[in-house]
Design a protein around this ligand. Structure first.
Ligand code: PHB
Length: 401
């Protein structure tokens, strides 16, 4: 069976199951290329608009809209339409949702998600279908390692990439015995795994890895356990509403004064207002920080605030960069969204001024980027150093880095 035959038979198979909710799923008539040029470019967004990650999905979407508006709301001269679908950060619904967008709505491009479990299902189908997909948050390592594909790009980070540098940094600081705590799913496990790799390399030891069911936010039993283990420090990954609750509970339990809290930057990104003084002094690593001095960051933060009334965060930056990638590539092919090879080539070569600083894609389509060391000071994620410069995910299994 050729690739094309496989694709068509999959489409036939899926038509009946996915057409239901989407009117466009029925009469599929192949368009003449000239006509296709006239139609709106469709971009499918599979993002969480409800639940613990809702704020993340909204910031990604609104920053994409901002970037697209700044480009005159055209992609390579063509009008476009965003087809938004709530992922509910639910991996069990991810395959059906991806099919709704690719097979049902027949999107030209696919973007999202936030949750690593959703990303695994989404990337698998997108790879089979050949739809150009830009992952705008989820850090699942496999997506740019063993599951990598020519049409799969990631503008955010890999879970390994943001946490390995914190392991080495904490060892450098002389910390010896650490407890890690996170949600029990792919992203959490990969993040504490990468932290552990860096920390052990530097001579540290992880006393215990505490896994909390996703998306639970009842942390009391875990905090009691941490107190009894008396580690030198704690390393945590939570995000969104869960991060707000964890950081507040940690401080309220009286642990912050005794056991310093470290984490992946998501622990304090987009959350600081809600966390208040509980977040002061928390150390994190991330590929972005609010206070980065680059002109592109200042300009972006002002524009995002003006457009939404909210402060930008790492998720907004990733959405904005996703839009820049699309805008640049579609300009190169003069709006021919069917020119898959040329679009992929343009994306691989992409260079633009991101609010996070310059980055470029590795051969496995993950950003090569600086990872900053941040400390929450006066309600801000202040940059106190670069934990590791130009970090490239190992790209294991993709055959390249
Ligand atoms: C993920 O599931 O990959 C994930 C979710 C939220 C974050 C970071 C990573 O803030």
């Amino acid at each position: 069976m050729t690739d094309m035959q496989r694709k068509i038979s999959r489409r036939e198979l899926l038509k009946n199951t996915t057409a239901a909710g989407l009117a466009t799923a029925t009469a599929f008539v192949p368009m003449h290329p000239a006509i296709a040029q006239q139609a709106k470019v469709k971009i499918g967004l599979l993002l969480p608009y409800t639940g613990t990650y809702a704020a993340l999905g909204h910031n990604i979407t609104d920053a994409m809209k901002l970037g697209l508006a700044e480009a005159g709301n055209r992609l390579g001269g063509r009008e476009f339409e965003l087809v938004q679908l709530d992922s509910e950060a639910d991996p069990a619904k991810a395959a059906a949702n991806t099919n709704k967008l690719i097979v049902g709505a027949k999107v030209d491009f696919l973007s999202g998600p936030v949750h690593s479990g959703v990303a695994m299902a989404m990337a698998k189908i997108a790879r089979e279908e050949g739809t150009i997909t830009i992952i705008s948050n989820a850090g699942a390592n496999a997506v740019t390692r063993e599951m990598c594909g020519p049409n799969i790009f990631r503008t955010s980070f890999s879970n390994w990439q943001v946490c390995f540098p914190m392991g080495t940094e904490m060892a450098r600081r002389g910390l010896k015995r650490v407890v890690s705590v996170t949600w029990n799913y792919a992203a959490g496990k990969e993040m504490i795994g990468a932290f552990r790799e860096g920390f052990e390399k530097g001579g540290g030891a992880v006393l215990k890895e505490i896994l909390v069911p996703f998306p639970n936010v009842e942390f009391q039993a875990n905090l009691t356990e941490i107190a009894s283990l008396k580690p030198d420090a704690v390393f945590a990954f939570f995000a969104g509403a869960g991060a707000v609750k964890f950081v507040k509970d940690y401080a309220e339990a009286g642990l912050k004064a005794r056991i310093p809290l470290y984490g992946a930057g998501f622990l304090t990104d987009g959350t600081l207002r809600a966390q208040g003084s509980a977040a002061e002094g928390v150390f994190t690593t991330l590929h972005y920080a609010d206070g980065l001095k680059a002109p592109a960051n200042t300009r972006f933060r002002e524009a995002f605030k003006k457009a939404t009334g909210r402060d930008a965060d790492v998720y907004a930056v990733q959405g904005y960069d996703t839009a820049q990638l699309l805008i640049g590539a579609m300009a190169k092919v003069k709006g021919d969204s069917g020119a898959t090879k040329a679009l992929i080539g343009a994306m691989e070569q992409a260079r633009f001024d991101s609010p996070r600083g310059q980055w470029h894609f590795s051969k496995s389509h993950n950003p090569v980027q600086d990872v900053y060391l941040r400390e929450v000071r006066n309600g801000d994620n202040a940059v106190i150093g670069v934990a590791q410069k130009a970090v490239s995910d190992p790209g294991t299994g993709c055959g390249t880095a």
